[in-house]
Ligand binder design. Structure first.
Ligand code: FE2
Ligand code: FE2
Length: 246
């Protein structure tokens, strides 16, 4: 009898046979669901070429993709970030912090969840003010620690998600101590203050509301995100073409 794993792999093979290119998944996409030490199963290639560009199962991105194109074509629902940015605006923070709120979880929306503050910051670093990416990097850590001075409490949601006895690991504690004493602590803290889920369930926020904020504070490369020479361009290319063989 076929195991769940075998069935899943068979379905995957069937799917990639419909594609004109052979797709081999990155280890990270399946690690845990399968043992990463075992070689990744290859679909029968039958003389087909391997995936080296656009994946026909995904919407095609423009040749010179912008930040908003990534929101439109590659990110999952971004209402949470849009709502955070709107709340930040309502709370009268600086435009830099509005931008930070708008982008703070982009790694969750389109890249890698684990350590999302760090991945988000690295994606953005070459294109935004240093304070913005710094604030985004540390918001992940600061979310675990209350700050009464701004009325930020440990999230109820985290108790539900991680259990009442979850304690941030030593590396997170160390990152917190570092961030707490940093000159930009409050910038990062302000992300956590505005990091609310459905503060107004009826608020429908459109990306276009932030066209000017992004235009003034995000250095969109002329070659398109991913095709520029920045140190994180490869990360944007990977989001654009997540199944490229190499
Ligand atoms: Fe976050
Ligand atoms: Fe968030």
């Amino acid at each position: 009898m076929a195991t769940t794993m075998q069935r899943a792999e068979a379905a995957e093979h069937a799917m990639s046979e419909e594609l004109d290119r052979v797709v081999v998944k990155s280890v990270l996409f399946t690690s845990g669901e399968r043992d990463p030490r075992v070689p990744v199963p290859r679909p029968p290639d039958q003389g087909k070429l391997y995936q080296m560009g656009h994946d026909s199962r995904l919407p095609e991105m423009p040749d010179k993709p912008t930040l908003f194109d990534f929101f439109r074509y590659r990110f999952g629902p971004s209402a949470h970030m849009l709502q955070s940015a709107r709340l930040a605006q309502k709370n009268g923070v600086s435009e830099k912090i509005v931008l930070a709120c708008l982008l703070h979880d982009i790694a969750i929306a389109g890249f890698i969840r684990c350590d999302h503050g760090y991945w988000s910051a690295q994606l953005l670093e070459p294109y935004v003010d240093e304070e913005v990416s710094w604030a985004i990097r540390y918001h992940q850590t600061l979310r675990f620690f209350a700050d009464d001075s701004v009325g930020y409490k440990y999230p109820e949601m985290y108790v539900k998600l991680f259990g009442a006895d979850y304690q941030p690991e030593p590396h997170i504690q160390a990152a917190y101590r570092y961030a707490r004493d940093h000159k930009w602590y409050m910038s990062s803290r302000l992300i956590t203050v505005n990091d609310l889920y459905s503060f107004d369930p009826n608020a429908k926020v459109e990306l276009e509301e932030f066209t000017d904020v992004v235009g003034r504070n995000f250095k969109q490369p002329k070659e398109g995100l991913g095709f520029d020479p920045s140190p994180s361009a490869h990360m944007w290319r990977t989001i654009n073409w997540p199944t490229r063989y190499l």
